[in-house]
Design a protein around this ligand. Sequence first.
Ligand code: KIV
Length: 271
Amino acid sequence: MSIHKEVKVITTHILSEMKFNGEKIAMLTAYDYSMARLVDAAGIDIILVGDSASNVMAGFETTLPITLDNMIYHGASVVRAVKRALVVVDLPFGTYQGNSKEALNSSIRIMKETGAHAVKLEGGIEVKESIIRILSAGIPVMGHLGLTPQSIHKFGTYVVRAKQEDEARRLKEDAKLLEELGCFAMVIEKIPAKLAEEVSQMVKIPVIGIGAGGGVDGQVLVLHDMLGINQEFSPRFLRRYHNLASEIDGAVKNYIADVRSRDFPNEKEQY
Ligand code: KIV
């Protein structure tokens, strides 16, 4: 019997049972009430209120500018819509790396002011103290290794990570550490599929991949990318499930034409 079909509400414990049972976990991002409602009703397991909101909602080039207040606004909007999925909110850049007390305060604000179920942060050994402190307050933490977009200025590009032996070894050590510290799951982004599969087999917690192949425990995509709202971003790992940009373009053009031709509103569409 599939666990995800049985349960009414997804918890961190359900996710770990799904991994144990060999059931793949489906995760998508969402940033607002209306989209989150649709995504949740369709049966997604995890909704990530990602700091990719900085790109797709606010139009910034990187994820660095988005603030904690912004993330709380998006997180609270999503939580109001969700009945079943586990909601995870990204800790934005600069709110957890400095010191563990700040990391805890940022996480408490997210949990209190959004009603989300967990936080996500990027990094391994370098954010160890922050993870320990957040977990000690009873807040579930999801890790994020591989391509970590908040460090884009350190790496300089968004190319595939951990292709070299020493980076792959460090990634595995970090993955083991996240598990030992007590993270309930981790995202691994844009690394070779073979390495991702090894990581998934090495740890008991669910490993959710993006650009990390099919050998992991689940997949995540950015909603605006997979729906084809955002057309500029087309990495190899992205499967587009719809071409919403052209549908929206067509609908808006039809509306404009109807307004100009006085076809809209007609007699039935007025009081
Ligand atoms: O912010 C985000 O959308 C993410 C996903 C790409 C995993 O971190």
